[in-house]
Ligand binder design. Structure first.
Ligand SMILES: *Cc1c(COP(=O)(O)O)cnc(C)c1O
Length: 493
């Protein structure tokens, strides 16, 4: 067994670190390729028990008495995790807003890990802090074009962005002398909105109807008329399941009429702004006080890459905080920038580095083209579903890049059995390692809420046609799935 040698104990940074890192990175890249080859599909076969057994056979014990050395450890662990991965780089891994990261972003993330700037004080991140300032300014300008006061924060994702947005709204309400703020959101809002209200101890959010998946401005109007005190309307631009965009201009007017504020959760849809053709779908966005958007969905960043943009940077003041070891008054007076108020976290990864590399490499044009590709791929995929004799698409608009559909065999069964068949087809595809498709409950043409399979097209290269085979697989799987006697998942292929 190799002894802990030079490479095992090498640090990643500095000029020497680059040498050790290069050596180990080549081990990692080989292990990634080996693992993907061994998997041979979008996810491992055999289901949870088989995956756990394979992983443990390779990686146990996870804390050995004596180490195996860096190269062996990387070869073993990386290969095992890659072999057992649900790999969004495979076109048939299309369930969630789980993107295949661009290689340029993943490579930049390696630099972030090696340099390890922590974004909570200038003396841990002198240049990274400047980069973050400029990237957030550019992203704020993307959301609020030409508005000099606009600003943006880097967050860990939509959940944190929504939490901070509600926190800032509550603090504005308190500053105005109110006890709290009342959230008014749609039945279609992301669960993180209600969870944020719970975490912040806000009153129970008023949930407003969202017929057809979009928030109804008249219903918001009525809800606001019944609400006393400060209110925050939370709209969604790109619902997670259907990619639907709430009517932002109408919601902006309704909120303004009642003196309420508007927050838009554009975690999914925000990057439409990169495309000249698609940006108009977000018309009305600039009426929002704050906007959530993610770059680890449409944006092709490795997790995490979230953004919260605010129309007026002064809104961020409540996040300011003094901690003598990070931002002492005299350091500030002497000119050291204060970064602590840029997040609710303290130690914080420089997620901006991969974002900066991606923005520079692709430009707004390049990113816009990738977003357009996904939107076009969803339409092509929908057309394939429509043409398929044994599948049916959910009637209605295609949102951004998700398509809901189900086997017609599910319609022949009693409603509960039909939904059970849809669920069973999805699980079979998963446990057999054939495809990762999502599930969503949504209204059918007759108003009944049914279970659908969901394809989320987020692959920046794969075309809708790459999923044609997936449709035949879904139909064939439905044909051999009985609803009355759901079969046990089969063993390995
Ligand atoms: C994904 C998503 C979120 C949550 O974002 P995370 O990055 O997963 O924390 C919030 N809102 C919407 C609409 C989303 O699609």
């Amino acid at each position: 067994m190799p002894r802990a040698g030079e490479v095992d104990l090498a640090v990643a940074g500095g000029a020497d670190g680059a040498y050790a890192l290069g050596k180990l990175t080549s081990v990692v890249l080989d292990a990634l390729a080996d693992g993907a080859t061994a998997r041979g599909g979008p996810l491992p076969d055999g289901g949870p028990t088989a995956v756990a057994e394979r992983l443990r056979a390779a990686c146990a014990p996870v804390l050995p008495e004596r180490g195996t050395g860096a190269e062996e450890a990387l070869r073993t662990v990386v290969r095992a995790v890659a072999e057992g991965a649900a790999d969004p780089a495979h076109p048939w891994c299309a369930a969630h807003l789980h993107c295949p990261p661009l290689a340029v972003a993943a490579a930049a993330d390696l630099a972030a890990a090696a340099l390890n700037p922590s974004m909570d004080s200038w003396d841990q991140a002198p240049a990274a802090a400047v980069l973050e300032q400029d990237v957030t300014a550019a992203l704020a300008d993307l959301v609020y074009p030409g508005r000099a006061a606009a600003d943006a924060l880097v967050t860990s994702g939509g959940t944190e962005s929504n939490l901070v947005a509600l926190l800032l709204a509550r603090e504005r309400a308190r500053a105005a002398g109110a006890a709290t703020v009342r959230v008014v959101c749609g039945a279609n809002a992301h669960h993180s909105v209600r969870r944020a209200a719970w975490l912040l101890d806000l009153p129970e959010p008023v949930t407003v109807a969202a017929p057809g998946g979009r928030l109804d401005p008249d219903a918001v109007d009525r809800a606001l008329a019944r609400t006393t005190g400060p209110a925050l309307v939370v709209a969604t631009a790109g619902t997670t399941d259907e990619g639907l965009v709430d009517p932002l201009p109408e919601l902006g007017s309704v909120a303004a009429r009642h003196g309420a504020e508007l927050h838009v959760d554009a975690a999914y849809g925000g990057p439409l702004l990169f495309s000249e053709r698609l940006a108009p779908r977000l018309d009305g966005l600039t009426a929002a006080t704050s906007v959530t958007f993610d770059l680890h969905k449409l944006g092709w960043q490795p997790v995490a890459a979230g953004v919260l943009a605010v129309a007026d940077g002064a809104a961020l003041a409540p996040l300011a905080l003094r901690a003598d070891y990070l931002n002492a008054d005299d350091d500030g007076e002497a000119g050291l920038p204060d970064l602590l108020g840029r997040s609710i976290r303290t130690t914080r990864r420089p997620d901006v580095l991969k974002v900066a590399a991606t923005l520079r490499a692709l430009g707004r044009d390049g990113l816009g083209a990738l977003v357009e590709h996904c939107v076009d791929a969803a339409h092509a995929f929908a057309a394939l579903v429509d043409a398929h004799p044994r599948l049916r698409r959910r009637p209605g608009d295609i949102g951004i890049s998700t398509v809901l559909f189900r086997p017609t065999a599910a319609d022949a069964a009693a409603p509960a059995d039909g939904d059970a068949l849809v669920a069973e087809v999805r699980r079979r595809l998963l446990t057999e390692g054939r495809a990762v498709v999502g599930r969503a409950v949504a209204e059918d043409a007759d108003g009944t809420r049914r279970l659908w399979l969901k394809a989320t097209l987020l692959h920046p290269r794969a075309a809708g046609e790459d999923l044609a085979g997936l449709l035949d697989l879904v139909a064939a799987t439905a044909a051999r799935t009985s609803t009355t006697h759901p079969q046990e998942p089969e063993g390995p292929r």
